[in-house]
Write a protein that binds this ligand. Structure first.
Ligand SMILES: [Mn+2]
Length: 349
């Protein structure tokens, strides 16, 4: 078991409502390296707060998503600020919190136990889950305070196993919440390799929350029998628009826009987006841990996310996870992040 690690310090989320952001010239070469989108805007002035969570414990394929937040924020500096789809998110103010001190150490301690958990050591699996629980509690607190301060949380991972902390906060803030889940995988296993905090169990944890009204899963193409049964067992609370359904319908000539409308129409009034980049075509996320052939194009995922706001629903926040460490992975994720920021703030801009 890992030696005692010091507690994670609470995230520095400002308690006050965001003040109007300082003047930014969107066409100037930007000069605030290390800040989100190179804007140099502090969290106090930001309506959108990016929360990096470098957590990578239970990944079962390739590694590297612990550096996904870093790659995404580095790439964000190179993004032009007039987004043709989602508008000028920078006007609302976007800032990123620093990576929480001690989280990488926790993640490494957990990852070091996973080999034994995989061999059936229940004590090791429980220790991984205990470390994940600390990470969830930290994130739950950070997202709760971000929402309470009138800000939009965009959680940046890291593996999908971190997301239940954000789901807890969002579902308590907006009971009846819908989760729009884009992924190659359903993530509905009760536990995977003995660990309930597994990246393959994130949405199973979401369904345990009474505040989650419905989960709409789009892009699934690598699912287990257990997950099919788990989805059936909760009836209408889970909706699937899997890859084969999308492929069959679009190949027969149906517009993707119709499928996006159908997915979004199944969501309640307030929605959280849980975006696992492996839901996209692996060409767009070559460094992700468990890539699967097929998947959504950038324009499809972008259209789908935009449809949430176009339909009149409220986009409460999002987690963007399983981002690989490479510069291309980072660039795709940074563009998704900017679009999410744009749509989430569009009604107020
Ligand atoms: Mn996932």
């Amino acid at each position: 078991m890992p030696r005692d690690l010091p507690p994670l310090p609470p995230a520095p989320v400002p308690a006050e409502l965001p003040r109007p952001p300082r003047e930014v010239d969107p066409d100037a070469p930007r000069v605030a390296p290390g800040t989100a989108f190179d804007l140099g805007i502090p969290p106090e002035e930001a309506r959108v707060l990016v929360i990096p969570v470098p957590w990578e414990a239970t990944v079962s394929g390739g590694t590297g998503t612990i550096d996904g937040p870093r790659a995404t924020l580095a790439a964000s500096a190179k993004i032009d600020l007039h987004d043709l789809a989602a508008g000028e998110a920078w006007r609302a103010g976007i800032a990123a919190l620093p990576e929480p001190e001690g989280l990488r150490e926790r993640s490494r301690a957990a990852a070091g136990l996973v080999a034994r958990a995989r061999e059936g050591d229940a004590g090791a699996a429980a220790a991984v889950d205990a470390l994940a629980e600390e990470t969830w509690s930290w994130l739950e607190d950070a997202v709760t305070r971000t929402l309470a301060s009138g800000r939009i949380p965009l959680v940046l991972g890291g593996e999908h196993g971190l997301s239940p902390g954000a789901f807890r906060a969002a579902a308590r803030h907006a009971p009846g919440l819908g989760i729009l889940h884009v992924d190659a995988h359903a993530d509905l296993r009760d536990a995977f390799e003995g660990m309930r905090s597994s990246h393959a169990s994130a949405l199973a944890r979401a369904l345990e929350l009474p505040g989650v009204g419905r989960v709409v899963q789009v892009g699934l193409r690598d699912v287990s029998r257990e997950e099919v049964l788990a989805a059936r067992a909760v009836g209408d609370r889970v909706r699937w628009l899997d890859e084969e359904t999308i492929a069959a319908r679009t190949l027969a000539g149906e517009p993707f826009a119709e499928i996006a409308r159908e997915a979004v129409a199944a969501l309640p009034e307030t929605a959280w987006v849980s975006l696992d980049v492996d839901g996209l075509d692996p060409a767009l996320c070559p460094g992700t841990g468990t890539p699967v052939p097929g998947g959504l194009s950038f324009r499809e995922v972008s259209y789908l996310l935009g449809e949430v706001v176009r339909s009149g629903r409220r986009l409460l926040g999002a987690d963007l996870v399983e981002v690989g460490p490479g510069p291309w992975d980072g660039q795709v994720a940074a563009r998704l992040l900017y679009r999410l920021a744009g749509w989430a703030t569009a009604p107020a801009r």
